[in-house]
Design a protein around this ligand. Structure first.
Ligand SMILES: [Zn+2]
Length: 375
């Protein structure tokens, strides 16, 4: 269990090394074979692949995977429109091949299946992974993806993950924002409603919650602030006074590493969720870097690679990825710079913008707006 002492014990001691090569091997294993404990995540397999693929990108080690093969696999998970386009609101990407639908990496119409539908987090991580692997998204049915996302927005502005039987909250507002940003087309959402939802989620203590009236949380604060940055609307939505209160709430989350809520233990992943939010709010430089680094490094698995949420715990794909991204925010050598709003490397973000320019120059017809965000 993490406590204040963990980071303090380490400070003043020998600076722990970042074991880059161990982490490269860790992510390679995540793409090949996972421990039994991961089996319940089968339907979300794409998200685990994203952590590994983006993790390897952050380590400048994509050469260790067969990008072309993974790209084919990701395309095979695209839920495409059927001939009669009656499933348009179900389009996007599914998390894995669990439904047993025939392998089809093409852009051709799909076979109808009553339970086949995209999941907003899978569509987001599929698009991110494709761009990271160097794909140009030419086989993505952009119109169908956007129709699928649009169908998931509720009257209150929030998004569900799937059409039936899903929660709706700030996590999926963020996924929708990333999808629209990556496809360079905001017709996938009613921005005004989404912005209103984010505003209303601000709690009495000035952190952002999963929705109105709920408890402030580091994860939902990241999702709300990053979404507004991707829309280019942060300063329009919150006044300087409000932004200062959000800044204060976020910076108070540092103990040695960061926690997600007052009185909760610190956890490696919040070094990214809260750290990236502070970066977007331009006050990351005021954190205690040494304590933050010491905490993250205390959760590094020196034997098998990866990071855990707490010291002396098992590493997992999510915390391995966000531990590395947390270190990236502080300029750790051997790690590429992470884009604090898009959650991929700056290098990949630049490639994405090049793609957008190509689409623009080809007079990409369904373009409606161009989002811009400074890094
Ligand atoms: Zn965590």
């Amino acid at each position: 269990m993490a406590s204040d002492e963990d980071g303090d014990e380490l400070s003043g001691e020998e600076r722990l090394d970042f074991l880059r090569d161990r982490h490269v091997h860790f992510f390679q294993r995540c793409l090949q074979m996972l421990p039994e404990g991961y089996s319940s995540l089968e339907t979300s397999r794409l998200t685990i692949a994203f952590f590994a693929i983006s993790g390897l990108d952050m380590l400048d080690a994509l050469n260790v995977v067969n990008s072309a093969e993974i790209i084919e696999w990701i395309y095979s998970l695209q839920v495409l429109p059927t001939e009669d386009r009656s499933n348009l609101s179900h389009c996007g990407f599914r998390g894995s091949s669990y439904l047993g639908i025939p392998f089809n990496p093409s852009k051709n119409p799909s076979v109808a299946h009553p339970y086949d539908s995209g999941h907003i987090a899978m569509t987001y991580t599929a698009l991110s992974s494709l761009v990271i692997l160097g794909d140009d998204l030419s086989r993505v049915n952009k119109e169908a993806c956007l129709a699928g996302v649009r169908a998931l927005q509720l009257e209150d502005g929030s998004f569900s993950a799937v059409l039936q039987g899903s929660e709706n909250d700030m996590r999926f507002v963020y996924c929708a924002s990333c999808i629209c940003y990556m496809l360079n087309n905001w017709s996938g959402m009613d921005k005004k409603k989404a912005i209103n939802y984010i505003r209303k989620s601000m709690s009495y203590d000035s952190g952002l919650a999963q929705g109105a009236g709920l408890e402030s949380h580091g994860g939902s604060t990241f999702c709300g602030i990053a979404s507004l940055c991707l829309m280019g609307k942060l300063e329009e939505v919150f006044s300087e006074k409000e932004l200062n209160r959000i800044r204060r709430w976020c910076i108070m989350r540092q103990q040695n590493g960061f926690h997600g809520r007052p009185n909760k233990p610190v956890d490696t992943c919040y070094s990214f969720w809260v750290g990236a939010t502070l970066k977007l709010l331009n006050i990351f430089k005021y954190i205690n870097m040494e304590k933050n680094r010491n905490y993250i490094m205390s959760t590094q698995d020196r034997l098998v690679g990866g990071f855990a949420k707490w010291p002396d715990s098992h590493p997992d794909a999510l915390h391995a990825y966000f531990g590395i991204c947390g270190l990236s925010l502080m300029g750790e050598p051997d790690i590429r710079k992470v884009h604090p709003a898009l959650n991929i490397s700056i290098r990949t973000t630049n490639r994405l913008r090049e793609l957008h320019q190509i689409w623009n120059s080809k007079d990409y017809t369904s373009l409606s707006e161009n989002a811009h965000i400074s890094t």
